[in-house]
Design a protein around this ligand. Sequence first.
Ligand SMILES: NC(=O)c1ccc[n+]([C@@H]2O[C@H](COP(=O)([O-])OP(=O)(O)OC[C@H]3O[C@@H](n4cnc5c(N)ncnc54)[C@H](OP(=O)(O)O)[C@@H]3O)[C@@H](O)[C@H]2O)c1
Length: 256
Amino acid sequence: MNNYQTALITGASSGIGFATAKLLAERGMKTVILARRRDRLEELKNQLSKPEDCHVLACDLQDHTAIQNGINQLPAPFKFVDVLVNAAGLALGLSKAQSTHWEDWETMLNTNCMGLAYLTRQILPNMVERNKGHIVNIGSIAANYPYAGGNVYGATKAFVEQFSLNLKADLLGTAVRITNLAPGMVSDSEFSLVRFEGNAEKAQKVYQGITALTPADIAENVAWVISQPAHVNINRMEIMPTAQAPSRTAYHKENP
Ligand SMILES: NC(=O)c1ccc[n+]([C@@H]2O[C@H](COP(=O)([O-])OP(=O)(O)OC[C@H]3O[C@@H](n4cnc5c(N)ncnc54)[C@H](OP(=O)(O)O)[C@@H]3O)[C@@H](O)[C@H]2O)c1
């Protein structure tokens, strides 16, 4: 894959990040896997055919000191990150803006925007210095198609998309590439479980009667964008299940 040797994947303890880390490792890359739950990361590492080519980085993206230390202390074989996949992120709740918990908004902003930006800022200079690398940000269709209750979550994903496009402008003249990959509905991850505070029944209902995308589908998309010839940069990629479409504009009828 373009002579990329090492990939750092955030959100690797579950869902899209997990599937992506597994796929890139299967395709022969060394991986640095990042999330808060160390046990889940160790589990993933032990599932790989070459666990010695995987480094576990258990830290909270909201903790900038922990990220900085983790990156500065990467063992020598993992020091040069060629591919950064920013998959960690979350949506909390589905309440209307006027009745959400402020703490949920803070957590989403601190993780989806600040954490992603901070880690990217840590990794990017070395990519530019070596004139080699690809950053794949996992955005969301929520960035472009608002829905009731999506409020700050959708806004964080709009940040991710716009940040990606602006990075592209900064990276012009270098070989470093950047992609915003925006999935629609993905099942078989913990996304809805986290959104609904562990309510499995509520989470399951979201996907009832729909063949949603899977984390493995998105992992394949990541592998595809980074395998494009060096002169090709996929700026944005939007993927939906066949059973999903952008919804029409909502309206409110005074006298239905
Ligand atoms: N599922 C969907 O329908 C869907 C659609 C569009 C976009 N997305 C986006 O895809 C990405 C992955 O979601 P997913 O569906 O795979 O959900 P998931 O299974 O819940 O995975 C989220 C990952 O993010 C990690 N994470 C959350 N907060 C973190 C923090 N503070 N520090 C470090 N890691 C953190 C979690 O690990 P720990 O809990 O171990 O830290 C977990 O590995 C997210 O950015 C999400 O917004 C999902």
